[in-house]
Ligand binder design. Structure first.
Ligand SMILES: [Zn+2]
Length: 102
């Protein structure tokens, strides 16, 4: 996975195309990500305890990581990420400006 928790990403397709948000969760197993404020689904909640109110909550659903591009913090553009090995460490680079993305 080239996308990490905390990255700012831009949505490339779907209902939320063009939106940007912070990655709040990464699911490497399915290569999916959950982005704050993106792919919201309404969830009906029933009151479980007495006195608790039911209602409709908006919950972020995961989307496939291929549908988002990381926004480079340096050039501020949605970009593909290149991964380069530097010694033992892998470094992520912006394909547009070449900046290192931590
Ligand atoms: Zn860049």
């Amino acid at each position: 996975m080239k996308i990490k928790k905390g990255d700012t990403v831009k949505v490339l397709s779907g209902n939320d195309k063009g939106k940007t948000g912070e990655v709040i969760e990464v699911i490497p197993k399915t290569e999916k990500v959950i982005v704050k404020g993106v792919n919201l689904r309404k969830k009906h909640v029933k009151p479980r305890k007495q006195g608790e109110e039911g209602g409709i909550l908006s919950v972020e659903c995961s989307l496939h990581s291929c549908k988002v591009n990381v926004v480079c913090p340096k050039c501020n553009k949605a970009t593909r990420i290149a991964v380069k090995k530097e010694g033992k460490e892998k470094v992520r680079l912006c394909k547009k400006c070449g900046a290192t993305i931590k």
